[in-house]
Design a protein around this ligand. Structure first.
Ligand SMILES: [Zn+2]
Ligand SMILES: [Zn+2]
Length: 401
C-alpha cells in the first residue's frame, strides 16, 4: 500500500507554516551543542502532536517518538539544527539577525523538513505499523551531537529495534534544483586531524651546526606526507592530506627550537583511514629521527566514514522515483570529501543519507555559492518535498516490517 499521493497532497496545507518555520530558524542561528532558542522553536512546532518528546542532558537535542497504532519495528529520521560561525551576506530579507552566525549549511531547512515529516506521519498514526524516532540534533558542524545523543539513549528511544535510519542534506549549488542523490556504500569521508610539533634546539642563524634546526625537517615532513599519499595509498581507495597551518620562528637570523604544523586527513574507507593514521605518524617520527630531532604527532580522530546500506540506498532511490518521478533522482558517481556525524548512526543502523539540490531556480547550480559560503542561498519551496520524502521513507520502511 502506498501513501505517496496522500503525503504529497496533505503537505500542501502545511507548506506556508513549514516555510515560515524555516525562516524563523534562519533569522536566529545558533552554533554548537547548545541551541536553546532553536530547541524551544522545535518543541513549540511539535506541540499538540501525539509524540513522546524528550530533550538532551548534555546538549540541546530533541528526540521525539511516534508510536504507530499497529505493532512493528522502528525507524529513525534525522535533522541537524546548528548553524556556522559565518557572517551572512545572502542579502535575503530573512537573513540572520545574529552577528557572526549563519545557517550557511541549510540545517534550518532540515529542521523544518523533519517537523513536516512528524506532522505528516502523526496524521496516519493509527495505520502506522511501528514507531518513528525523530532526531533533532545539535552540533553537526562540530564538536558532534550524534555521538552524545546515542550515549543518552537515542537508539533505544522507541523500545524496539531500529531497522532503518534516513536523512536528507540540502546543497545550495552543484546539483540541479530539486534533484535527490545518494549512492551505495561510502557516501562521505572520514575527517581526522594531525597536529605536529617538531622539536630541535635553537641557535644563531649563522651557525646551524651548533643548533638543531626544526624548519627544514618540518618542510620535508609536509612534502613527504604528499608523497605518502601517492606512493602508499590505493588510487581507487584514496586519501586527501592537506597541511592547513605551518608556524615557526620569529626573525630570520634565529633558529627556532620548534616548528608546528597541522593537517586534515580525509579517507573513504576504514582500511585507508587506518593506513593514514599509522603512516603519517611514521613519516613524521622517522624524518625527525633522521635529523636528530624529536617530533610529537598527535592524531585526533574526527567523524568516521559515512556508509549507506546498499539495499536502503536502492529503497530510497525507488521511493524518490515513485513519489516525485524518475527525473528527480540521480546516483552519485563519487562520495563527497566532506564528513558528517550521521556516520555514527549509520555505523549502527542500516540506512541512507541523501542530498537534495536546493539552489534557487534563478541561479546556476554550477556557479552558485556552495554550502558554508556567506552568500549561500537555499530554495525553501523544497521544504515540503523534503518532509514528504522523509515521511515516505519511514512509512514504506515500516510496511516492510
Ligand atoms: Zn556543513
Ligand atoms: Zn550540513
Amino acid at each position: 500500500m502506498s501513501m505517496a499521493a496522500g503525503f504529497r497532497d496533505s503537505v500542501e496545507a502545511m507548506r506556508e507554516g513549514l516555510v515560515a518555520l524555516r525562516r524563523e530558524i534562519h533569522r536566529q542561528p545558533e552554533i554548537g551543542l547548545h541551541l536553546p532558542r532553536t530547541q524551544e522553536t522545535v518543541l513549540k512546532a511539535l506541540a499538540g502532536l501525539p509524540l513522546e518528546v524528550s530533550t538532551g542532558t548534555g546538549l540541546s537535542s530533541v528526540t521525539a517518538v511516534l508510536r504507530g497504532g499497529r505493532p512493528g519495528p522502528a525507524v529513525l529520521l534525522r535533522g541537524d539544527m546548528d548553524g556556522l560561525p559565518v557572517t551572512e551576506l545572502s542579502g535575503l530579507d530573512y537573513a540572520s539577525q545574529v552577528d557572526g552566525a549563519m545557517h550557511a549549511c541549510g540545517h534550518d531547512l532540515h529542521v523544518a523538513m523533519l517537523v513536516g515529516a512528524a506532522r505528516l506521519l502523526s496524521a496516519v498514526r493509527d495505520e502506522l505499523p511501528g514507531s518513528v524516532v525523530f532526531m533533532f540534533q545539535p552540533g553537526e558542524e562540530g564538536p558532534g551531537g550524534a555521538e552524545p545523543m546515542i550515549a543518552e539513549g537515542l537508539l533505544e528511544a522507541a523500545g524496539t529495534p531500529l531497522v532503518g535510519a534516513y536523512c536528507l542534506h540540502v546543497l545550495s549549488g552543484w546539483l540541479p534544483h530539486g534533484q535527490f542523490t545518494t549512492r551505495h556504500g561510502t557516501m562521505l569521508a572520514a575527517a581526522d586531524s594531525l597536529h605536529v610539533t617538531v622539536r630541535g634546539a635553537g641557535g644563531h642563524g649563522s651557525a646551524p651546526q651548533f643548533a638543531r634546526d626544526p624548519i627544514p625537517a618540518a618542510c620535508e615532513m609536509v612534502l613527504a606526507l604528499q608523497t605518502f599519499v601517492t606512493r602508499s595509498i590505493d588510487v581507487f581507495d584514496p586519501a586527501v592530506i592537506t597541511v592547513g597551518t605551518f608556524h615557526a620562528g620569529t626573525v630570520e637570523n634565529v633558529i627556532p627550537a620548534e616548528a608546528t604544523f597541522s593537517a586534515t586527513l580525509r579517507s573513504f574507507s576504514p582500511q585507508t583511514r587506518e593506513r593514514v593514521r599509522t603512516g603519517v605518524q611514521d613519516v613524521v617520527s622517522n624524518i625527525a629521527a633522521a635529523h636528530g630531532l624529536t617530533a610529537d604527532a598527535v592524531y585526533v580522530p574526527g567523524y568516521p566514514v559515512t556508509v549507506n546500506d546498499g539495499g536502503e540506498a536502492d529503497f530510497a532511490a525507488a521511493t524518490v522515483a515513485e513519489v516525485f518521478g524518475a527525473d528527480r533522482f540521480a546516483w552519485m558517481a563519487h562520495p563527497e570529501a566532506g564528513a558528517e556525524d550521521m556516520s555514527y548512526v549509520l555505523e549502527r543502523v542500516p540506512g541512507a543519507y541523501l542530498n537534495l539540490g536546493a539552489c534557487p531556480p534563478e541561479h546556476d547550480p554550477l556557479t552558485a555559492p556552495l554550502n558554508h559560503a556567506p552568500e549561500a542561498r537555499y530554495d525553501d519551496s523544497l521544504v515540503p518535498d523534503g518532509a514528504v520524502l522523509l515521511a515516505e521513507l519511514a512509512w514504506r520502511r515500516l510496511q516492510r516490517g
